[in-house]
Design a protein around this ligand. Sequence first.
Ligand SMILES: [Fe+2]
Ligand SMILES: [Fe+2]
Length: 314
Amino acid sequence: MRPSPQPINEDLYTKSIEVSKRVRWDVDKDVIRGRSFHLSEKFLPDGLTGIDHFNFFTDEEKRFVSQIQGRTYANMFGFVERFITAKVLDCTRDHWLGSQIALESLVRFSDEELKHQMLFRQIESMMAEGMPAGYAFQPDPDAVSEAVLKNSTWAVMGLILEIELFTQEHYKKSIEPDNNLSELFKDIFLFHWKEETSHAMVDELEWERENNKISDEERDQAVDELIGIVANVDGILQDQSTADVDYFLKVSNNSFTEDEIRSLKTGFLKAYRWQYIFSGVEHPRYQTMLTKITTAAQRQRLGEALAALKSSIY
Ligand SMILES: [Fe+2]
Ligand SMILES: [Fe+2]
């Protein structure tokens, strides 16, 4: 049986609107400011690339790895924001005739993600101008989003919260403290982070609201859908990490041993799994949310699927 709808507490939606108004920025005027990327600079910080594992690299090669992974990082955001925007707009339907505060919060959220997509498309063309030819970002945003959005709202919100939590975590723990990054790259993720600070909070509200709408059977099925989505995300990470290593090898002047190439492939996949899966699902707020809305048996199912991924590489 479906539970009856719960009244909406508008306090946190109100807070998200305040944040959105206070931090609002413009792509060219505030973020890019006529600057460009320089290949003498590092893009993605060591804390995310896992570069310490590649002890056979020269400094120049380490910097190139950070640039490749940084380019993929920017593209990944532009890509996931396609289905995030679509799902958030989908969630507004429940508020059209209800809380206009919740509606404004979600409309601002999707407006920000549309702007972020534009920013990341611009970043990709700026990086393409400066970096050697041959890089390819594999996933097609519309095709993957279409597949993701076939799942229940509960499962999709589970993925979206995971992404928005790691977005903030990466900036605060790895990007902000690294003083050796491209200033432009760092600023992009500073401004992105500013508008992202309230998104995870809204995701929690919307995921919980959806959770209260569905039956136990629907939730149980949604947990399996979320497990399926994580497996699909991992497939994307495998493809992209392979493409990125191939690009690195094609451009690099050095010849590497088979062992080094194997370790490079493993290192990239391990870094991407950390960046896009584990740093989100292991986040304390994600764990708190799961504990709140799932049973111990459902969490065990999810935990086993994640452990299988981890053991396949670590
Ligand atoms: Fe964003
Ligand atoms: Fe976001």
